[in-house]
Unconditional design. Structure first.
Length: 100
């Protein structure tokens, strides 16, 4: 792996930037009939430092506490955790989800 790829130590956002960062992402889908649907995800922290660790922790807790027994196989996070994870992220990780 090439060590000179990416930022060097100390080149990332400052603590203040991490603490006051936020994001608002809109996903727009256009249906075959021309109808448009927009899904929005908002976060109250820097996405790279503040939100990611909370998302990982809440996903782990969701797997332990909220996922029902399911048939074997490979499941994506959205398929197996879906609504329980969205509720956890809204309650504990500073995220919000909406569909317009």
């Amino acid at each position: 792996m090439n060590a000179d790829k990416g930022p060097a130590p100390g080149e990332g956002p400052s603590r203040e930037e991490r603490d006051t960062g936020h994001y608002d992402i809109a996903f727009v889908a256009e249906m075959p009939d021309g109808q448009r649907v927009t899904a929005t995800v908002k976060g109250d922290r820097d996405p790279g430092y503040g939100s990611t660790s909370k998302m990982i922790a809440e996903s782990a807790l969701c797997l332990i506490d909220d996922v029902p027994d399911a048939a074997g196989g490979i499941w994506t996070a959205g398929a197996i955790m879906a609504e329980p994870l969205a509720q956890r992220l809204e309650a504990n990780a500073g995220l919000s989800f909406s569909i317009d």
